[in-house]
Design a protein around this ligand. Sequence first.
Ligand code: PAF
Length: 286
Amino acid sequence: MRTLRDINELRSALGEHRLDGQRIALVPTMGNLHEGHLALVAQARQHADIVVASLFVNPMQFGPGEDLDAYPRTFEADHAQLSDAGCDILFAPTVNALYPNGLTAQTKVHVPDVGEGLCGGSRPGHFDGVSTVVSMLFNLVQPDIACFGEKDYQQLAVIRKLVSDLHMPIEIIGVPIVRAEDGLALSSRNGYLNAQERTTAPLLYRTLCSLRDALERGESIEQVLQRGKTTLYDAGFTPDYLELRDTALGPVSAATRQAVLLAAATLGPARLIDNLSVQLPSTTTI
Ligand code: PAF
């Protein structure tokens, strides 16, 4: 695996592969890799000849008071895991290489509608930061495909819209959530949990499963969501949102059959997110 930090080196390395007619996949990451990231690499491997992983803790997607400084930087371990996973190129630019004029002077990409509400509501500017850096990476790597985790359901929707609206010829592949044995969705932020919080954390997933079952039995959406918030509060979470949306993140209507239950909740120092798909019966009360 080649490790490149310089934009020009990346461009010339990829130019050679493109001349050879090879298909290129991109897996954007912020590092501190776990099995969820490795599933993205494995999926990328299946669709392309050359797999590029990027490792960049993107300051633009962190709001004031968020965990930019605390975000775990584990370059050596990440490098070893990517190399073992069969990644061909690791692109790990510095902040100055991507934002040479600083963040305020930087051109930004804003994706309307799907980026609003949910995480976009509680983390103002977050998806502008994601959309900007992902656009930049797409522009630098010019991949044929790019893989993103379904755990960040709204992020995936934002990126699909970005690619469609800007006519980028990139296939976006959503990769299913990878969970620990107890159901907790893998996330770099799980590392912030102490032992007690780590024992409580899978309750987020278990709550979503129980709410999904109730919704699929036709119980009232409002009552089910209210019950879910109470369960989370009682267990020590501070729920940020718990919502049922249609799969395009629009509001659920009487005609919606396929929906998604989305949650974000803080537990100790960690903000956890998760989601689950729900098949609504025609008897559901909206
Ligand atoms: O999902 C992430 O890790 C980040 O939001 C991404 C897509 C790498 C952009 O910084």
